[in-house]
Design a protein around this ligand. Sequence first.
Ligand SMILES: Nc1ncnc2c1ncn2[C@@H]1O[C@H](COP(=O)(O)OP(=O)(O)OP(=O)(O)O)[C@@H](O)[C@H]1O
Ligand SMILES: Nc1nc2c(c(=O)[nH]1)N=C(CO)CN2
Length: 231
Amino acid sequence: MEFDTWEPVYTAILDDFGYGRGGDERARDRLGATLAESETYRPSRLGLESATVAIVGAGPSLESEADRAAEADAVLAASTAADRLRDVGVAVDCMVTDLDKNPETARELTESGTPVLVHAHGDNVPAVETYVPTYDAAFVVPTTQAAPTDTVHNFGGFTDGDRAAFFADHFGAEALRFVGWNFDDPDVGPEKRRKLAWAERLLHWLESRRGDRFDVLDGRRDGIDPVERSL
Ligand SMILES: Nc1ncnc2c1ncn2[C@@H]1O[C@H](COP(=O)(O)OP(=O)(O)OP(=O)(O)O)[C@@H](O)[C@H]1O
Ligand SMILES: Nc1nc2c(c(=O)[nH]1)N=C(CO)CN2
């Protein structure tokens, strides 16, 4: 997705959560500066084009559905889904994170040659400054939700999980398979619930742009407020 398409949706998210665009831009520039001396990972190397890609979220169903991830051509893990997949023996091809829960996992993955999309936003600058310098930059893909720069990318998306889906779409995935997604998880707090509601709306937008139907939205579409209505 190009930023021109993403920007109106981004503005709606900023308004809804009360985030400032300036904070996101400063975070983006900190991430860019931290990696300025390094060559970062080129996502086309992942070979997502025409692939079936598992987009693994950190909902409670992950372990019981992990076989579906193992069957995909590529496995993208959102945040703590990376640890949980490792624990059940499923290899992760790429992690997507805003560093808010398991930054050590991201370090270990970059050190062992697995790319990590590291997302900078207005509320994670201390984590960016603390952890990114400890990563192997050759396996970092820096991302932002604000306007992209020459070195910090924006493929679309908001939460770690839906950003993984927009990333797979951007790099030409043929089919997306959702594993570990539970929008009605009773154990999430109010802020996370609101973020998951946005993730759901964003996936609904993505499937309609692709002319696709994501199985994770089956039975839910009637209750989704389309993103287009917020624009
Ligand atoms: N029931 C669920 N609980 C948590 N995450 C879920 C759930 N269902 C789907 N997800 C997806 O899994 C991703 C990873 O969740 P996790 O709780 O590990 O990370 P997080 O750092 O809190 O995520 P984020 O910062 O994006 O909110 C979420 O970003 C979301 O896209
Ligand atoms: N400014 C800001 N941006 C975000 C935030 C957040 O807490 N603040 N959380 C996200 C996913 O959890 C993604 N983007």
